[in-house]
Design a protein around this ligand. Structure first.
Ligand SMILES: [Zn+2]
Length: 86
């Protein structure tokens, strides 16, 4: 998450540590947690891709996108879809 979804201020590293936006002071802990969980699913997708399991990789990245839809995640999903394991 680059900016606060409430006031759109650019988030700093300290904001993630504090769990709130530096400008509007809203609690963003749950959103940071969801974002982190999405990153873990992306890493799992990368792991499955390295293991050659395309379906599990796609499922993992789809779960990551359900949690946090990012451009990088969508590109990763499309990349895996285009791979030919045959
Ligand atoms: Zn804010």
């Amino acid at each position: 998450m680059i900016s606060c979804p409430i006031c759109h201020a650019r988030l700093q590293a300290d904001d993630k540590i504090n769990g709130s936006c530096n400008r509007c002071k809203n609690d963003l802990q749950e959103l940071f947690h969801i974002e982190q969980e999405s990153h873990q699913w992306l890493r799992l997708g990368y792991y499955y891709l390295c293991e050659g399991d395309r379906e599990k990789a796609l499922d993992s990245v789809a779960t990551a996108l359900d949690l946090c839809d990012t451009r990088m995640g969508r590109l990763f999903f499309l990349f895996i879809q285009k791979l030919n394991f045959d």
